[in-house]
Design a protein around this ligand. Structure first.
Ligand code: SF4
Length: 249
C-alpha cells in the first residue's frame, strides 16, 4: 500500500496528546483550504478541490512509515495521525492505525471532522482511541465556517456530526487569530460534553496569503482572556509559543 506523505514525522512529541509521548505522522493533502492554514507549504491544495487533491508531497510505500513508528516505539505510547487531513486517505489511515495498535500503541487523529463516517468506521474496528477535532467557527454559523474553510458549505454540519460521535474521548481545538477568535460561539456547542477545549495561538505569518498575514499574533495574555471568556466549560486550555499548553479553567 502507498501513502501520499508530507515527508514530515515528529518522532517524539509531548504536546500533541496531553500526558503522552507520541509520534505524529503528517499525511499530505486536505479537502479544506483554510484561510490561515499553516501547513500549506506541504499541503498545496489544488484550486479545483476534487479529491484526491494532492499536488505536493510524495508517494511512499507504507512500510516506510511503519519503520518510523517502529524506530520511535521505545519512546512513545501512541501515534497521532495528522496532516493535511488524514481521513482523505482512509485506506492508508486504517492500515497504519491497525499497525500502531498491533504494536501495543494507542492511535489518535487530528482531524477537521469532515468525515464522521470514516472516524466512526475506525472506532467500530477499535482502531481509534482519541479524536483531536479542529472546530474553526461556531457550528451554527455555516456561512462563516464555509468562508474560513475555503467554500465547504457543509463543513459545519459535518464537524458537528464528528463532535456528536459517542464512545471516544474527544479534544476540541480552535486556532485563533484576531480576525477569527469567536471561541464563545464555538464553546456554546460544547456545553454538557466531556471534552477538553484547547485554544491554539495561530501564527499569522504562516498563513498562505491575504490580510491575515499582516495581523499581530495574539499574545499569551490575550489568549488567557479568551479562555476566561468561557467560564461555563470545565476544562479549557491555551497553547502558545511562549509556554506550551496551560490549563486556564
Ligand atoms: S483543515 Fe487543517 S490542514 Fe486542512 S486546510 Fe484547514 S488548517 Fe490546513
Amino acid at each position: 500500500m502507498k501513502l501520499i506523505f508530507s515527508g514530515i514525522v515528529i518522532p517524539v512529541s509531548t504536546i500533541d496528546w496531553y500526558g503522552r509521548s507520541v509520534s505524529v505522522i503528517f499525511f499530505n493533502g486536505c479537502n479544506f483550504k483554510c484561510l490561515y492554514c499553516s501547513n500549506n507549504s506541504f499541503i498545496k491544495v489544488a484550486n479545483q478541490r476534487i479529491e484526491p487533491l494532492y499536488k505536493g508531497g510524495s508517494v511512499v510505500e507504507i512500510e516506510e512509515i511503519e519503520k518510523k513508528i517502529l524506530d520511535a516505539k521505545p519512546f512513545i505510547s501512541a501515534v497521532v495521525f495528522s496532516g493535511g487531513e488524514p481521513t482523505t486517505q482512509y485506506d492508508a489511515l486504517e492500515y497504519l492505525a491497525r499497525f500502531a495498535k498491533k504494536q501495543g500503541l494507542l492511535a489518535g487523529i487530528e482531524t477537521n471532522g469532515y468525515y464522521p463516517e470514516r472516524l466512526s468506521e475506525l472506532m467500530e474496528k477499535k482502531l481509534l482511541d482519541k479524536i483531536f477535532l479542529d472546530i474553526k467557527a461556531p457550528l451554527d454559523d455555516a456561512q462563516k465556517y464555509s468562508y474560513i474553510t475555503g467554500g465547504r458549505d457543509d463543513a459545519a454540519m459535518r464537524a458537528r456530526k464528528s463532535l456528536d460521535l459517542n464512545g471516544i474521548e474527544i479534544e476540541v481545538r480552535t486556532t485563533v487569530f484576531r480576525l477569527f477568535s469567536d471561541v464563545l460561539g464555538i464553546a456554546r456547542a460544547l456545553v454538557g460534553r466531556e471534552c477538553t477545549y484547547v485554544i491554539q495561538q495561530g501564527i499569522p505569518e504562516n498563513a498562505p496569503e491575504g490580510e491575515i498575514r499582516k495581523e499581530k499574533v495574539l499574545t499569551r495574555d490575550e489568549m488567557i482572556v479568551l479562555a476566561r471568556s468561557i467560564p461555563f466549560l470545565k476544562d479549557v486550555r491555551i497553547r502558545t509559543k511562549e509556554k506550551g499548553e496551560e490549563k486556564i479553567l
